[in-house]
Design a protein around this ligand. Sequence first.
Ligand SMILES: Cc1cc2nc3c(=O)[nH]c(=O)nc-3n(C[C@H](O)[C@H](O)[C@H](O)COP(=O)(O)OP(=O)(O)OC[C@H]3O[C@@H](n4cnc5c(N)ncnc54)[C@H](O)[C@@H]3O)c2cc1C
Length: 145
Amino acid sequence: MRTNKTSKNRTNVNISYWETDRYLGVQDLVVIGSGIVGLFTALNYKKQNPKAKVTVLERGVLPFGASTKNAGFACFGSLTELMQDLKTIPDKQVWETVSMRSKGLELLRKTLGDKAIDYKPWGGYELFDDANELERCMDKIPVYE
Ligand SMILES: Cc1cc2nc3c(=O)[nH]c(=O)nc-3n(C[C@H](O)[C@H](O)[C@H](O)COP(=O)(O)OP(=O)(O)OC[C@H]3O[C@@H](n4cnc5c(N)ncnc54)[C@H](O)[C@@H]3O)c2cc1C
C-alpha cells in the first residue's frame, strides 16, 4: 500500500505526518479484522519477519466479531457435534478438522500462557434428554478414541 505524504485526503481531513507514515505508509502486511484469526496472522507474520510493517484494521472501536462474544470453551467438538458433522462431511475431513482444532488450542496456550487465558482442563460434559441418543453416543466412544 503506497500513499503520498500529503496532509489532506479526499474527505478533506487533516492527517499528520506520523499518521501518514505509520498508518498509511508502505506496509508489508495489512490484516483486516482484529479477531483471534487476524491477530494470530499478524503475530505469526511478525515473528517470521521481525522487520515487517504490519497493520491490523478493525471496523469497530472494539473487535466486533465472535472472538469477544464466544462462550470461552477450549473445545475441539463435542461427541454429538462430531457425530452430526460425520453425517454430512467425509470422515477424513472431520478428523483433520479435529486435529487442526487441537493443534490450534495447543498453539494458543503456548503463545499466551495458561494463566493469561485462565485455562482450566476440566474436560467436557454433555447433557442428554434422550436415552437412546445417549446410548448411540456411548457406543461410538471406543470407535472415536
Ligand atoms: C456465540 C458464540 C459462541 C462461541 N463459543 C465458542 C467457544 O466456546 N469455543 C470456541 O473455540 N469457539 C467458540 N465460538 C467460535 C469462535 O468464537 C470463532 O470461531 C472465532 O472467534 C472466529 O474468529 P475470527 O477471528 O475468524 O472472527 P471474528 O472474531 O469474528 O473476527 C473478525 C473481525 O473482523 C472485523 N471485520 C469484519 N469485517 C471487517 C471490515 N470490512 N473491516 C475491518 N474489520 C472487519 C470484525 O469486526 C471482527 O472483529 C463461538 C462463536 C460464537 C458466535
